[in-house]
Design a protein around this ligand. Sequence first.
Ligand code: IMP
Length: 420
Amino acid sequence: MPNIVVVGTQWGDEGKGKVVDVLSRHCDAVIRFQGGNNAGHTLVVDGIKSIFHLIPSGILRPSCRCVIGPGVVVDPEVLLGEIDKLIEAGRPPEPGQLLVSSQAHVILPYHCDLDRLRERALGGQGIGTTKRGIGPCYEDKVARRGIRLGDLMHRSALQARLQVVLPEKNRMLTEWYGAPAYDLDELVDRMVSFGERLAPYLGDAIELVHGVLERGGSVLFEGAQGTFLDVDHGTYPYVTSSSTVAGGACAGAGVGPTDIDEVIGIVKAYTTRVGAGPFPTEVQGESGERLRRVGQEFGATTGRPRRCGWFDVPLIRRAARLNGLTRLAMTKLDVLSGLPKIPVCVRYERDPTDGSPIPVYTEFEGWSQDITQCTSFEQLPPACVAYIKELQELVGVSIELISVGPGREQTLLRGSFFTT
Ligand code: IMP
């Protein structure tokens, strides 16, 4: 299989985890390149549900090496919790199977505090973050006052770094927000103990990934969140703090654009968003409730109800450009079964008063059949096939994988690409 970047084309929660799990059967390595435990990937294998926030979705394939890349921000306690969960489930990750870049930045407890306290102080004007410390950690990385996982291996160097960084954090916490300060020695002890447990998994992700590439193996670059949460290209300021577009894979995983052969965009058959920010095709009332209920649209990380709406063609066309999409994988098509008509936004008009986008909808015929047991594209009802074909025509990118349920087996493939 070629080297593939997998990205979300909407606002996250498109079902990337399941698609990565399916594709990872054909891959030698899967590497996460950005984000942190703000992501939540739900996998259902043999009827058993697993949720991962940091560990790449290839972890349930023993032959696939899973890498947390340099561009990821890592809360060590969360990562250790996920490793422990795998051990409890009888699937302990061997150090050779899971490699965590020692260049990845550490989410420290004060990052989580600042994220939560800032959001609280903003009241209704907040971003609606996951409060996992993602933004404050990336801020420190760019400001060159971050701590990297490799730093947790060396007590005296870590102590010296935190001695410089911590006073400013403590001042912010205590004076601005009235929150308690951190004790330097306690924080160092805690971080060093995390470092000791993580040591067998830490290493040079660049060596591993390039080793696989040089041997002719295939690497899957696993994106988190979605295109319109990208810090540059998303609905700023209602975005996350990393580059979620395919270009981010190069910087975050340490490869060049010429190492990448394909970019697969994951798109839900409708649209959802968690947190605040623009969402032109959002639907309120019974229709929105139905999508939320049937699609079980509640955050895998925070449990928050997701905002729901219809498929937005102009949005996905833009995602196709921003990511250089070569193919699309459509998820949760089964959620639309039973709707007599399915509205799709085909273009926007501009509100004359404030210029905001007003979606213009076309209604597609629905289908009443349950499609969750379909095992091939040909078995889908004609109206369902028409929905897929029309959307790929409107977006201009072919839809080659269709997911009709959470299970691995509920995945329909078109074309030869995914099986070669
Ligand atoms: P942060 O990434 O926690 O800073 O949150 C910033 C915005 O991105 C908020 O609107 C979050 O709800 C959203 N967000 C972050 N991660 C995810 C995700 O994995 N899925 C969906 N939304 C996310």
